[in-house]
Structures are given as structure tokens and as C-alpha cells.
Design a protein around this ligand. Structure first.
Ligand code: E4P
Length: 217
């Protein structure tokens, strides 16, 4: 499973990138706001060291606006994935931009039918939002599983990009289901390394090591 990092915080991306944890990046208008940066400038900086897909989201609501914005965003670097919302206009924009050879990430997906229609429109990535479904007491992971089965049934090449990931368990389950990609905030990616028994084990080893009176260096 590929790891995308869901942030526009360049330093956080760089830290994970240096560890080989970044196969790509996803951003959205809220993450751009949080970064306090200009969208074109920060996206260009991210693309200067991340070679995998970097999603940059359009904000127009009409297909022609999305297409114009998508073309401008795609000029930033060849690895830009234009992110469009899963609306009828978004699907029109997806079809035209993907026919032009641009990567398109169709976002804000909350149903299997939405994922099916995005694949028909030529999406490179479909982004089902797990956490936001869980927030309203629906099963986000079940959606990932349903999309996996539908795409496999018909050989769709659209990659399932599991998004709105909030917990380490979401990551495990997405990997078991077979999501192609997951995108998570840096805090969730770092949490994958944590285990209470690891901490307990280190604590015991440190106590015993101190009793030996030895040094390695
Ligand atoms: C995905 O591309 C989105 O940017 C993101 O995963 C949304 O996550 P949230 O629901 O935690 O805001």
C-alpha cells in the first residue's frame, strides 16, 4: 500500500520523505488554509522534492472553472494530480482533464456508486473519506471494501486512495482490504510506530542496562 501524507506542511512532509514514508501528498483547501501559504507556491515547493503524485484541489464549482483551474495547477509540475469534487461537474472535469493525460483525484466520495461513476469518468484516484463516514455513524471501512470488490469485479484501474484516515487501525484495515493508497496526517503515520509493549520493553531494558554499569560508547 502506498503512503500519501495529507498535509501542506512542508517541514512535516520533508521529515517523513527523508524516512522513505512519502509516496505522494494530498492537500485540500482546508489544509492550504492551515499552512498559511499561497497554494501555487506551497504546491511548487512540495513538488520540488516529492516525486510521487501531489494532489492539488480546484475550488470552482462549474466544470469549465474546474478545468481551467486544473490546467493551471497541472502546470506546476508533471506529478500534480488535479483534485476535483465528486459532483456531476467534477466528473465532467475529470473526464476532460484525464483525456488530456493529467492525473485526476476525485475527492469527497461517500458511496460505492460515486466510486463506480468516477472510475467510468477516468479518475486516476478515488478518495473515499473513512473518518467523515465514521463521524456520522456509518462504516467508512465497509465502503473501502465495497469499492475494492466493484473495481476488481470489472478490472477498473482507478486507484482506491483511502482518505480521512484518523487512526492507526484505519491504516491496518485499509491494508487488509487492499486499498491501493492511504493518505493520513503526519501524526497518524507516526503513530503507526507506537506500541505500549515497545515502550514497556525499552523501559525494562534501560533499567537492567543501568545495573550492568556498562557503556557501549
Ligand atoms: C483527502 O484527500 C482529504 O484531504 C483528507 O483525507 C480529509 O480528511 P479529514 O476528514 O480528516 O479532514
Amino acid at each position: 500500500m502506498k503512503f500519501f501524507v495529507d498535509t501542506a506542511d512542508v517541514e512535516a512532509i520533508r521529515e517523513l520523505h527523508d524516512l522513505g514514508m512519502v509516496d505522494g501528498v494530498t492537500t485540500n483547501p482546508s489544509l492550504i488554509l492551515k499552512s498559511g501559504r499561497d497554494i501555487l507556491e506551497v504546491t511548487r515547493e512540495i513538488c520540488s522534492f516529492v516525486s510521487g503524485p501531489v494532489s492539488a484541489e480546484v475550488v470552482g464549482l462549474k466544470a469549465d472553472e474546474m478545468i481551467a483551474e486544473g490546467r493551471k495547477l497541472a502546470e506546476i509540475a508533471p506529478n500534480i494530480a488535479v483534485k476535483v469534487p465528486l459532483t456531476w461537474d467534477g466528473l465532467k472535469a475529470c473526464k476532460i482533464l484525464s483525456d488530456e493525460g493529467k492525473m485526476v483525484n476525485v475527492t469527497l466520495c461517500f458511496s460505492a456508486n460515486q466510486a463506480l461513476i468516477a472510475a467510468k469518468a477516468g479518475a486516476t484516484f478515488i478518495s473515499p473519506f473513512i473518518g467523515r463516514l465514521d463521524d456520522i455513524n456509518l462504516d467508512g471501512l465497509e465502503l473501502i471494501s465495497d469499492i475494492r470488490q466493484i473495481y476488481d469485479n470489472y478490472g477498473f484501474e482507478t486507484q482506491i486512495l483511502a482518505a480521512s484516515i484518523r487512526t492507526a487501525n484505519h491504516v491496518t484495515q485499509c491494508a487488509l482490504i487492499g486499498a491501493d493508497v492511504m493518505t493520513a496526517p503526519p501524526s497518524v503515520i507516526k503513530a503507526l510506530a507506537a506500541h505500549v509493549l515497545t515502550d514497556k520493553g525499552i523501559d525494562q531494558f534501560m533499567k537492567d542496562w543501568a545495573k550492568t554499569g556498562q557503556k557501549i560508547l
